[in-house]
Design a protein around this ligand. Sequence first.
Ligand code: CO
Length: 134
Amino acid sequence: MIGRLNHVAIAVPDLAAASAQYADTLGAKVGAPQDEPEHGVTVVFIELPNTKVELLHPLGDDSPIKGFLDKNPSGGIHHMCFEVDDILAARDRLKAEGARVLGSGEPKIGAHGKPVLFLHPKDFNGCLIELEQV
Ligand code: CO
């Protein structure tokens, strides 16, 4: 059911420093910061030949990644995003298998303008999973 790895998201305490490290130290193609107010994050996309890395930094006081950074002050892997062809079919199959979908269970429009859903990390070996319909 899941397809390509769309991105790995890393929560970072200092977005400018992390962006510079990926650009200068790792020699990656790093985009400009994008504010995503409806998701409570500022995002920087790093384009790799086979996937993307998404640097996440809290935006606003009730950012969903603030608690993660409080627990992991130097940053850390926050989630992985897998592509699916049909997000509603994927959701229904996962729910039937007992997996918990976060939030209302209805897809939201994610940072790439595509519908996304998140799956409870406790159901997937401690890893928050994002599904994105492509
Ligand atoms: Co993501």
